[in-house]
Design a protein around this ligand. Structure first.
Ligand code: NAD
Length: 358
C-alpha cells in the first residue's frame, strides 16, 4: 500500500520573484516592512548600468501584494528605458508603497520609507509619483539624501517640463504626419486635465490649436472650456473624438482592443504612462495607420528636470534637453517607417542600443 500523500507534498512551492513574468534580470528587488508605522514597500532596481537607478515612488491601495510587485517590476524596467532614451546617465528603478494615499499616509510612514531608501546607499534614487507629493518627498528626505525633485535638490514640480516635452512631441508627430509642425488650426483632443494635461492644453491653445477636452473631474473641464474655448467630450469617449491628435494625459492602458479600432485621430501623443494595454497594441496601432508617440519617450521631460535640476540654477540647459524630445521622436518615427516597425519597438531598440554600447 502506498503511503498517503501529505498536504505538504501536494502544495506547490509559492511563486518566487525570479519566476515572475515581469522579472527582467532586475538587479535588486527589496521588500521593506516597518511594523511601527505599517509601511510595506517594494523597491525594484532594474538596472544601474548607466548610473544610479532613478524612479519615482508610487503610493497605491493595491488590491493585493502581487499587483504591487508587478507594478514595481514593470515600472522600474520602464525607467531604465526612459532614462536611457532621454540621454540621462541614470539607471532605472521604482518604489511602491502598498497603502491608500488618502487614508494611510502619515509622516512616520513616509520617514520609514526614507529609511528603506537610505539602506540602498544611493543605488536607488527616489522621487514623487502617483499618490506622493513634493511635500511628502520632503518628509522622505529627512531620512535619506537619495531624493530628487524636491526644492532642496531640484526644481520642484516636474509637470511643466513634462508638458513642454509633450508639446514638442506633438509638433514632431504633426511634422511627420502632415509635413508641418504648426499646431495652428489643428484639432486636438486632450484627455485628462491634471498637472500635465492642463498645461499641454494651454500650450496648444496659445499655438492656435482647436481643443476638445475630457476629464472625469467636471470642474477641470469647465476651466478648460472657459480658458481655451475648448469643446468637451465624455471622458470615456475622448479617444473616439474626431481630431488630428489624441493626447492621453490621464491613466494608463487607454490603448487597447476596444479603443484602438475607435480612435478618432491619426496621431496619439500624450503624457500618460503605460498607454499600451499590452505590448502587441504597439503593432495594432501601426496596422491601423495611427502614429503613436511612445509614452516613455514623449513624457520624459519630468524625469529630465528631476534628474538635472539644481536649486537656484537656471533651467535653460534642462529646457533644451526637454525640447530635444521632439528630435528623438522624429528619429523614432523615421526609423519606424524605414524599417516598418511599430514606434514603441523602435524606442525600445534605441534605448537598448545605448545600454549595449557601454
Ligand atoms: P494628475 O493626477 O494631475 O491628472 C490626471 C487627470 O486625469 C486628473 O484631472 C483626473 O481627474 C483625470 N482622469 C483620471 N481618469 C480619467 C479618465 N478615465 N478620463 C479622463 N480623465 C481622467 O496627473 P498628471 O501629473 O497630470 O499626470 C498625467 C499622466 O501623465 C499620468 O499617467 C502620469 O503618470 C503621466 N506622467 C506625468 C508626469 C508628470 O510630470 N506629472 C511625468 C510623466 C508621466
Amino acid at each position: 500500500m502506498t503511503a498517503p500523500v501529505s498536504r505538504r507534498q501536494i502544495v506547490t512551492a509559492p511563486p518566487c520573484v525570479f519566476d515572475h513574468p515581469e522579472f527582467d534580470a532586475h538587479e535588486q528587488v527589496v521588500f521593506g516592512h516597518d511594523e511601527a508605522t505599517g509601511l510595506s514597500t517594494i523597491i525594484a532596481v532594474h538596472s544601474t548600468a548607466l548610473g544610479p537607478a532613478l524612479g519615482g515612488c508610487r503610493m497605491w491601495a493595491y488590491p493585493n501584494p502581487g499587483e504591487a510587485l508587478t507594478d514595481a517590476l514593470r515600472l522600474s524596467r520602464g525607467m531604465t528605458y526612459k532614462n536611457a532614451l532621454a540621454g540621462l546617465d541614470l539607471g532605472g528603478g521604482k518604489a511602491v508603497i502598498l497603502a491608500d494615499p488618502r487614508r494611510d499616509k502619515t509622516q512616520a510612514l513616509l520617514a520609514a520609507f526614507g529609511g528603506q531608501v537610505d539602506r540602498l546607499a544611493g543605488s536607488y534614487i527616489t522621487a514623487e509619483d502617483v499618490g506622493i507629493s513634493d511635500a511628502d518627498m520632503e518628509v522622505v528626505a529627512t531620512r535619506t539624501a537619495h531624493v530628487r525633485g524636491i526644492r532642496a535638490t531640484g526644481l520642484g514640480d516636474p509637470s511643466p517640463y513634462t508638458a513642454l516635452g509633450v508639446f514638442r512631441g506633438i509638433q514632431a508627430a504633426l511634422a511627420h504626419r502632415f509635413g508641418s509642425d504648426d499646431p495652428a488650426g489643428r484639432t486636438v483632443t486632450v484627455q485628462g486635465l491634471g498637472h500635465v494635461g492642463m498645461d499641454v492644453a494651454r500650450r496648444l491653445h496659445e499655438a492656435g490649436a482647436r481643443l476638445t477636452v475630457a476629464d472625469i473631474h467636471q470642474p477641470a473641464v469647465e476651466r478648460a472650456v472657459a480658458a481655451f474655448g475648448a469643446k468637451s467630450v465624455a471622458a470615456d469617449r475622448a479617444h473616439a473624438a474626431e481630431a488630428d491628435v489624441f493626447v492621453p494625459c490621464a491613466l494608463g492602458a487607454g490603448l487597447n482592443d476596444e479603443t484602438i479600432p475607435e480612435l478618432g485621430a491619426p496621431i496619439v501623443a500624450g503624457a500618460a504612462n503605460n498607454q499600451l494595454a499590452e505590448e502587441r497594441h504597439d503593432a495594432a496601432l501601426r496596422k491601423r495607420g495611427v502614429l503613436y508617440a511612445p509614452d516613455y519617450a514623449i513624457n520624459a521631460g519630468g524625469v529630465i528636470s528631476v534628474a538635472l535640476g539644481e536649486p537656484g540654477v537656471g533651467d535653460a540647459a534642462i529646457r533644451a534637453k526637454v525640447e530635444a524630445i521632439g528630435d528623438t521622436l522624429a528619429r523614432i518615427f523615421r526609423i519606424a517607417d524605414e524599417s516598418d516597425q511599430p514606434t514603441q519597438a523602435v524606442a525600445d531598440r534605441l534605448a537598448m542600443e545605448r545600454l549595449a554600447a557601454l
